[in-house]
Design a binder for this molecule. Structure first.
Ligand code: NAD
Ligand code: UGA
Length: 452
């Protein structure tokens, strides 16, 4: 089968690389309007950093995996077309700040309607509001000219930083489609693709709307767990309870489970906030304001947590950080990715810049230009410098903020760092990554999240 994927981003690239890697009998072409991105996919330096991705791409590229900007040709050739374009929060018009912006998805549907010469199975891989498949179907069917289109929903559950292992051994693959004979046939075609390497019992099939809604619900539940433990972290700080101990104690209850209970400076990433806002908007649209308010509180708690962290830093440092050098260790929204979208670091840095602090930023994977775009600053901003490693960032610093849980930060020589800092040497661990007791023995004024 010839497969096409529109959108060569964090999802389209890795998912299609995995399908090509696992299914040598299928040919996969990933297309995008962004020429630079496609060029990067065809080069040695891929546009996405994910452990294990380079090897998989290198093994399949040019054999049964292709990256191209010739969108029309790829659509014409393919029997199955994945839509993996971005679905950001709308910034204009009705629903601005909450609803999903579906213009890219709609453009894809119109493009397929325009250029397809025969029947196609169209697979929604992007995260979409429930009932989007209805719009996609109407656009395709009103331009069908005798061609038949089946729409499937196949949301992606990979997390960045572990994308390749998530794709290799997913907890489940979800496929939604019409419950008609044609719909079931289309579902089966996609089941067969995944069944090449995913145990059949892990491939779940549902109707379209359940599949679309399950993706938003999964992200809302995951984010809710983080906001819940972060809420408790504030109470821990007030009561000398230790949030890591509380998380461990509750996580051993098999009904709660241990995962996603790590208190932090706040969740980031391109999807949690966007997808919950989308869910909130949908609930309001369907006349369910109480449900909307419930889920909105997950975002409110996350905003609170990010700013609470900045305020703790300022208050501990004698209520002023003006002109003080603050080392920022980590800018990505989590470890093992170069992605900074909605990273808590952006908000913390902005709070500190508002207080006229001098920031020395180091992240092992994030490009300097990306940090400047995120902070909305010019390259020569007088209060921000970019460092080649953690030692340079912390030299003469008044404080260290750990904002991403990169493994390399655990291996730093903190005695050496302490010896080159201003005293008292503050350290605020926004990830509960480091051994605070050991740091205090060196002399640091060290504090974590949710530790009294
Ligand atoms: P991305 O921004 O990295 O990639 C999207 C790509 O689509 C871009 O390269 C863009 O140029 C391209 N594009 C947009 N419109 C196009 C068009 N009309 N024709 C051709 N190409 C077009 O986005 P992403 O992170 O890969 O996310 C894609 C979708 O997957 C979103 O709906 C997101 O919510 C969902 N998702 C993301 C993740 C994640 O970890 N990033 C995980 C699960 C689901
Ligand atoms: C998340 C989901 O985990 C994926 O299943 C989903 O496919 C994806 O969103 C998506 O739809 O985009 P991702 O955002 O890549 O994946 O990464 P996560 O591991 O979920 O982390 C999100 C944020 O929460 C990070 O900032 C992370 O540091 C934070 N986090 C995570 C915590 O603060 N505590 C935790 O216990 C877990």
């Amino acid at each position: 089968m010839k497969i096409c994927c529109i959108g060569a981003g964090y999802v389209g690239g890795p998912t299609m690389a995995m399908i090509a890697h696992q299914c040598s009998e299928h040919t996969v072409t990933v297309v995008d309007i962004n020429q630079a991105r496609i060029d990067a996919w065809n080069s040695e330096k891929l546009p996405v950093f994910e452990p294990g991705l380079d090897e998989i791409v290198a093994g399949a590229r040019g054999k049964n995996l292709f990256f191209s900007t010739d969108i029309d040709q790829a659509i014409r050739d393919a029997e199955m077309i994945f839509l993996s374009v971005n679905t950001p929060t709308k910034t204009y018009g009705v629903g601005a700040g909450r609803a999903a912006d579906l213009r890219y998805i709609e453009k894809c549907a119109r493009k397929i309607a325009e250029v397809a010469e025969n029947d196609k199975i169209v697979v929604e891989k992007s995260t979409l509001p429930v009932r989007t498949a209805e719009s996609v179907k109407r656009i395709l069917e009103s331009n069908s000219n005798g061609r038949k289109f089946q729409i499937l929903s196949n949301p992606e559950f990979l997390a960045e930083g572990t994308a390749m292992t998530d794709l290799q051994a997913p907890d489940r693959v979800l496929i939604g489609g019409d419950q008609t004979p044609e719909g079931k046939l289309a579902i089966q075609k996609l089941v067969d693709v995944y069944a090449t390497w995913v145990p059949r019992e892990r491939v779940l099939t549902t109707n379209l709307w359940s599949s679309e809604l399950s993706k938003l619900t999964a992200n809302a539940f995951l984010a809710q767990r983080i906001s819940s433990i972060n809420a408790i972290s504030a109470l821990c700080e007030a009561t000398e309870a230790n949030v890591d101990e509380v998380a461990h104690a509750i996580g051993t209850d098999s009904r709660i489970g241990p995962k996603f209970l790590k208190a932090s400076v706040g969740f980031g990433g391109s999807c949690f906030q966007k997808d919950i806002l989308n869910l909130v908007y949908l609930c309001e649209h369907f006349g369910l304001p109480e449900v909307a308010a419930y889920w909105n509180s997950v975002i409110e708690m996350n905003d609170y947590q990010k700013h609470r962290f900045s305020h703790r830093v300022i208050s501990a440092m004698f209520n002023t950080v003006s002109d003080k050098k603050i080392a920022i260790l980590g800018f990505a929204f989590k470890k093992d990715t170069n992605d900074t979208r909605e990273s808590a670091a952006i908000y913390v840095c902005q709070d500190l810049l508002d207080e006229q602090a001098n920031l020395a930023i180091y992240d092992p994977k994030v490009e300097v230009e990306q940090i400047q775009r995120d902070l909305g600053i010019d390259a020569d901003h007088p209060n921000v410098s970019y460092c080649k490693d953690a030692y340079a960032a912390t030299r003469d610093a008044h404080a260290i903020l750990v904002l991403t849980e990169w493994d390399e930060f655990k291996a730093l020589d903190f005695q050496r760092i302490y010896d080159q800092m201003q005293l008292p040497a503050f350290l605020f661990d926004g990830r509960n990554l480091l051994d605070l007791e050991a740091l205090r023995e060196i002399g640091f004024e060290a504090s974590g999240i949710g530790k009294g």
